[in-house]
Design a binder for this molecule. Sequence first.
Ligand SMILES: *Cc1c(COP(=O)(O)O)cnc(C)c1O
Length: 360
Amino acid sequence: MTIYNFSAGPAVLPKEVLQQAQAELLDWHGSGMSVMEMSHRGKEFMGIHAQAVADLRELMSIPANYKVLFLQGGGHLQFSMIPLNLLRGKLSADYVNTGEWSRKAISEAKKFSYVNVAADNADRNCSYVPAFDTWKLDKNAAYLHYTPNETIGGVEFNWMPQTGDVPLVADMSSNILSRPYDVSKFGLIYAGAQKNIGPAGLVVVIVREDLVGHAPSGLPTMLDYKIHADNDSMYNTPPTYSIYIAGLVFQWLKKNGGVAAMEKINIAKAKLLYDTIDASNGFYNCPVALPDRSRMNVPFTLKDANLDGDFLKQADARGLLQLKGHRSVGGMRASIYNAMPLSGVQALVNFMNEFAKKHH
Ligand SMILES: *Cc1c(COP(=O)(O)O)cnc(C)c1O
């Protein structure tokens, strides 16, 4: 039976990548060592690291005046590092609240800064993206933080906020590399690896150079972007194996047409699933406003929540795994990141159609 894993994260990885990692597990490229056993300062690992950075730069067309950092502490530590490094003596930062993850970023930023919540979608249960002309922006804000894709609510921006001279900061944990972004429009992009890049333990930070080097004195060394930038993310021991696997994923993306090709497939996958939900005569329901539906995380409920258990059990038996919705939302959630093939979404909608027919 073919297994399809719809987990929100840690999430499915390309099978080819796992097979390559398996083939190289005991002996990487004739070195006689596993990547896990290598010194991070040896030429083998330094090469793996440099290649991964170069491939990510190529995939996202990252301009030369941006640093690419491979750090630890997940998306969560970035919630703190961003205000600590980017306030630059300013008193306030703008945040947009579109769901669970932006809420967490906001509550952490409040420990260090006044936070102006420029827009908030809590009035309609975090189910839409507030129109840009309703945002209450502060032109003196140190930066504007937003979450282009809310992994839990399934709300995704299909447009870019225009913030002028105020640096735009984006938590791209769950949609980086799923669609093209013009990196030059951002001050800082960050993404935990475990959704659309690789294994947990690695967070990617892409930051414009002029925003680095403004940390207040007394800040712990490990929280200062400048230390990591000056040391090529090797100030301390980096998560070497996660970086290696992320590098294999970048190679896989390049082989498969890069981000533009991924976007095409992601659009097709999302359309197939949303069309199935919308054509079910209310048997399935997606609570997210049409234009703001995520291509990566598709939350949906069953008309009769008493059927949830049966749905999950039967899906499991078909090899359709980890479809249970987030505890805060209930229902189901299908995460369909880059590594989920169209055939996986096809298998899911076949099952959904059969299940609906049986229980209507
Ligand atoms: C998963 C996720 C995070 C948290 O990442 P950790 O690595 O667990 O700290 C933050 N933001 C978004 C959008 C996420 O999807």
